[in-house]
Design a protein around this ligand. Structure first.
Ligand code: SF4
Length: 310
């Protein structure tokens, strides 16, 4: 089986600007962006952030300015306009090549998608989390799986690339919830996905429920289900651009330091168990094969061809 990564030359340098919870129409039960990214940046702070990043990182990679950590397309009109202006001015100055944002699926309509496409956006990331309506309700997301399906179509129609963000291992998640997500990933065909195994962030509604033992969280299941989603995406030819949150942002996590490699190793070992013997893998995954071998779940007769381009 050929696995899909993204060639280093095609990976943009993403300069993240956090708009911490701005635009969010409600507070999801698991979310605390402040704990992850701090208070966020005002529109007038954006040029300074970009200039600082540009000084650190040289190179020919395309540069993308990305608004993360809130619901960009639900910002109040004036604030949205100010961020858009900051972004388009940076493009005009040649400091960034394009814009990117993450947002809620239920805040996208054709007019907003057109506005993004004509303002220099190339990629929109949607916080899908899961495609199980039951679980979306448990997460207090305030939208349905159908909103994600609709948003993907709306964005694609404007020629925007779509990245879907999924969470695995949410407390009381069932195998059926994950199977629903896996089927939907293949149907929706996003350009890429991210997978975030659930983290109980202190003070969130779900962390309080866990503390009161009203819900159950199993980090091992979260890893296994991340592997389910990863495999479903790979089988549909869709790359996974990230597994897990950046480590430096987090105080405490129940996961191993090499979470992404462990998830990929789990997926590879599972495929090997199913009888797969020929693997064409991105060179960056050598550690995952080593982990699968060490676990004794890698057949000796399996062959690996390393794809140095992805
Ligand atoms: S998950 Fe997204 S929509 Fe929900 S509170 Fe966090 S940033 Fe806002």
């Amino acid at each position: 089986m050929t696995f899909h990564g993204i060639a280093p030359s095609e990976r943009p340098l993403i300069i993240p600007v956090f708009i911490t919870h701005r635009g969010c129409t409600n507070r999801c039960a698991f979310c605390d962006q402040e704990a992850i990214a701090g208070a966020g940046a005002l529109p007038e702070e954006v040029p300074g952030i970009v200039e600082k990043y540009r000084n650190w990182s040289a190179g020919d990679r395309p540069v993308e300015l990305s608004f993360y950590g809130g619901s960009f397309t639900a910002l109040p009109v004036r604030e949205l306009g100010e961020y858009l202006q900051a972004g388009t001015e940076l493009i005009a100055r040649g400091l960034v090549g394009s814009l990117r944002c993450s947002t809620r699926p239920d805040t996208l309509n054709p007019g907003m998608a057109k506005l993004l496409a004509t303002s220099g956006f190339k990629v929109v990331e949607l916080g899908a989390q899961t495609m199980s309506d039951r679980l979306l309700e448990a997460m207090d997301r305030g939208h349905a799986a159908e909103d994600t399906r609709r948003a993907v179509k709306t964005l694609k129609k404007e020629g925007l690339a779509v990245v879907l963000q999924f969470m695995s291992g949410y407390p009381d998640e069932t195998a059926a919830d994950v199977a629903t997500t896996c089927r939907a990933v293949a149907e929706m065909r996003p350009d890429a996905i991210r997978i975030y195994p659930f983290l109980p962030l202190a003070g969130t509604k779900i962390a309080q429920r866990l503390q009161r033992k009203e819900a159950r969280f199993d980090p091992v299941a979260a890893i296994e289900r991340a592997a389910d989603i990863f495999l479903a995406a790979q089988e549909a030819g869709i790359p996974t651009i990230r597994i897990g949150l950046p480590k430096d942002n987090l105080v405490e996590t129940p996961y191993p330091d090499n979470l992404a490699q462990v998830v990929v190793a789990e997926a590879l070992a599972r495929l090997a168990k199913r009888g797969e013997r020929e693997f064409i893998l991105p060179a960056a995954w050598e550690t995952s094969v080593a982990i699968a071998k060490k676990s004794g779940r890698w057949p000796e007769e399996a062959t690996v061809v390393w794809d140095r381009e992805s």
